[in-house]
Design a protein around this ligand. Sequence first.
Ligand SMILES: C[S@@+](CC[C@H](N)C(=O)[O-])C[C@H]1O[C@@H](n2cnc3c(N)ncnc32)[C@H](O)[C@@H]1O
Length: 442
Amino acid sequence: MAVASAHLAPPLWRQLQAAARLGHGVRQGRSLTAQLPGVEAGLRPGVQALAFHALRWLGLAEALRGRLVARTPAPRPDALLCTALSLLAADGPPLYAPFTLVDQAVEAAKRDAATRAGAPLVNACLRRFLREREVLLAAVQDDPVARWNHPRWWIERLRADHPDTWAEILEAAQHPAPMVLRVYKQKCPPTQYQKALEAIDIEASLVGESGVALHRPVPVGDLPSFAAGQVSVQSAAAQLAAPLLLRGLDVEAPRILDACAAPGGKTAHLLELSPRARVTALEIDPQRAPRIAENLARLGLHAEVRVADAADPAAWWGGEHYHAILLDAPCSASGIVRRHPDVRWLRRPTDIAQLAARQDALLNALWPLLAPGGRLLYCTCSVFRAEGDERVQAFVARHSDAAWRPSPGHLWPALGGGGPGLGDNGGCDDGFFYALLEKRLV
Ligand SMILES: C[S@@+](CC[C@H](N)C(=O)[O-])C[C@H]1O[C@@H](n2cnc3c(N)ncnc32)[C@H](O)[C@@H]1O
């Protein structure tokens, strides 16, 4: 059986070709999420793993390529060269024997018309890297982009925003985040679910109020009672949202608005914790909106789902005030780079101010929809203060009826501590920002 599957495994050169194509696409501004469905199904898992690795080490690979050639090669051979360099130069045990990798990278170059002319260059650069590895690595060690594998502007912003933890955040980004499940507690206590996992040899640790962090990711189809709605996949950081919004909300059947809801992870958690709540889930993107109802249906939950722009309530709001509003605002996603290693290369420094303006517009538009005494939870999966506490400071300065209640603030992605790949002392699996605002009674 093992022999048969080894026989069927696609050759490495094909995987390298496909991973390099994805890397080229990211450089042109296309996300991996958009590109991956276009990869042949049989190649996809291996190619995704290679592309994730290459993007995690792209800063180092590009700096080394800069030492190996006087002029940047044409884009497609360069993407292949940098993919191979990322595999040869990354910290940790090599994923492939170096000479096999070089041989397969050259094969990949030769077998594609878009890279064929660059095959001798790919060959020469990779072989020189193997010969001069230590000297070349030493030559780039003072380059922050090579050291941290993030764009320079990102590193500088992070250092300014988080003088004590910026290095820890960047280091964590090099390691995949754990797969974390949210257990639907009314259906099954998390400890019982952990035992059900152990019974089928899936090791897991309890995390937070309802979370179970797997020590190794598995396909959701392998999870006990997934189809029956006992669990959902949701990061530990994201699992904080619903309890933060609902704790202390003393209303039996609250009206809740989930303003930016797709794919509905937090909508579902709100309903799991507050079964009598009447939840409206808004989503601006008509392609993403159906996923909310799909996810809720699997869990046996229901919300009113509407495709609408939360920043334009005149177009959709009926006039009934909400007791609670969740604003999980569109953001840079700089907190979830462990799960999406392309994000760091896709963002531009100018994006942050544009996103901050959208976040202000959403906060301003939704605040009047909140009943006096009600609360709004503002959150983003960003590590940048411009999308976190700076937004909320500016908001409370503009709104005298807004009280900033005790809330976690900035959580950062960190390793170790509170479970596999989960930090402690404020560290978490992903970076997130949470601020709970309460509307004062006048
Ligand atoms: C961070 S994601 C939300 C994740 C979701 N809360 C969950 O936990 O599954 C932000 C979502 O907001 C949507 N969005 C962005 N701007 C919006 C707007 N003005 N009105 C409504 N939805 C918006 C995006 O399309 C995206 O699906």
